[in-house]
Design a protein around this ligand. Structure first.
Ligand code: SF4
Length: 272
């Protein structure tokens, strides 16, 4: 959820093997990334204008990159941008795989006090929403597909802390990995763990694979599958064939399983 999206970086050093931005319009490859060095000034100018016009909106951090990749530890770009959001009283929604987000709890607390929600969202309990992204909760599987990102274990710990601080916190199971983390049992297990730590919502979806060159997500993903999971290699390629999305039956099935788990655990499948 977000009225505007803000990506402080282009590309992402977490370099997940399935990352859809490889081969998409967003970036040539996640092997390198760029820093938007004028982001702070531009953001200040834009929010100042919007605040002056009494416009209220939720700013989504991280639709096409992770705002808490490792370089953020030194650069503090996301942190400084959050301070600007607070200064102009804009609520934020953060999407991340990193527990580095905990570093900015004090700013989130300020946004929760100062932020002004858009009229249609005033019923929300928090002006800060934080969504953690997972493709699996299994640390070993995550090491294969998300080698540079903080482990699922660290992300779960961070969820607990942020929930205890009173923020709206949920999980994005996007993408669920075909034949690896998408069975009824896999999804049930993931929901059970997330439910226990009290997430407010869980949404998910199937894998998307763009492109045809070596750095594109489809080729990268198939290479990893061939190497580590040869027994599901053919089945994976069959559901995609030449398309970027798995076939419609597969997609329907995934959403059905997610719906079933949401009902079982009485968890919302969206923030609102
Ligand atoms: S964390 Fe997200 S944006 Fe970054 S490489 Fe992984 S999937 Fe792509």
């Amino acid at each position: 959820m977000g009225d505007y999206s803000l990506n402080p970086y282009i590309g992402c050093s977490f370099n997940c093997e399935y990352c859809y931005i490889n081969g998409s319009k967003y970036v040539e490859s996640t092997d390198s990334f760029y820093i938007k060095s004028n982001a702070l000034q531009m953001f200040k100018n834009q929010l100042k204008r919007k605040a002056k016009a009494s416009e209220r909106a939720v700013i989504l951090f991280g639709s096409a990159t992770d705002p808490y990749m490792n370089i953020e530890k030194e650069l503090l770009l996301t942190r400084n941008l959050l301070n600007v959001a607070n200064r102009f009283k804009f609520p934020v929604h953060i999407v991340t795989k990193s527990d580095l987000v905990l570093r900015d709890i004090e700013i989130f607390k300020k946004i929760n006090i100062n932020g002004v929600l858009p009229k249609d969202l005033t019923f929300l309990d928090s002006k800060v929403m934080i969504t953690f992204s997972f493709s699996s909760l299994d640390n070993e599987i995550a090491k294969i597909f998300e080698p540079n990102a903080p482990s699922p274990k660290k992300r779960l710990k961070a969820i607990k802390i942020l929930k205890d601080e009173g923020f709206l916190v949920g999980a994005s199971l996007m993408p669920l990995l075909p034949f690896i983390s998408d069975s009824d049992e896999d999804i049930d297990k993931i929901f059970s763990v997330l439910n226990k730590i009290g997430v407010d919502y869980i949404f998910g979806g199937p894998l998307t694979l763009f492109g045809e060159s070596n750095n594109d997500s489809k080729i990268k993903y198939y290479k990893i599958i061939d190497k580590n999971f040869p027994n599901i290699s053919e089945a994976t390629k069959q559901i995609f064939k030449e398309k970027e999305y798995p076939n419609i039956n597969y997609q329907k099935n995934v959403y059905k399983k997610l719906g079933k788990a949401c009902n079982k655990y009485k968890i919302k499948n969206s923030i609102i």
